[in-house]
Ligand binder design. Sequence first.
Ligand code: GRF
Length: 203
Amino acid sequence: MFKIAVLISGSGTNLQSIIDNIKDGYLKNCTIEYVISDKKDVFGLKRAKENNIKTMVFDKNELKEDLSCNILKFLKGKVDLIVLAGFTSILKENIIDEFRNRIINIHPSLIPSFCGKGMYGLKVHEAVIEYGVKISGCTVHFVDHGTDTGSIIIQKVIDVKSTYSAKELQQEVLKTEHKALPEAIKLISEGRIKIDKRKVIVS
Ligand code: GRF
């Protein structure tokens, strides 16, 4: 079995897409071992519990600088892949080094645009609309030591209609996220990804 830990901070619709894709057989031989949240009482934890997945809370307000170390201590040797699905804390070097090319993140824009420090949630979509770009979408990438700078695995594109509010754009992009994240997990779990310098090559 290919063991996954999903890290969340919120509603967990991306978590749900992984659960659904395991259930319907698109993600074969994959199992979510743990759902870890850096906040108490988020809806994503409820989704996990409803699906009999073990949950853990590593409260970022209590743990502060020690958040990453605690997650690493807990997950070391237990999972094959860590999926950041709406996880808003920044992971430190130690866990990134230990899980090199085994941590992925989903970002709601076409990296390298509208990403980096401070670019999360609705802010991303507000910036997209304000700039007036005609396309947006999502990116699944490996996590390295920078913010949203790791090798890109999958991107999915949508048209930005001139009538969209930031919220509407967020909803449209989320639909692409729910396809892109399971696709990336499938490629990795089937061993179909190689990294050449920073380029991801899919076989
Ligand atoms: C998504 O837009 C994701 O790209 C971003 O945070 C949001 C989380 O959504 N990193 P959800 O919690 O999966 O519903």
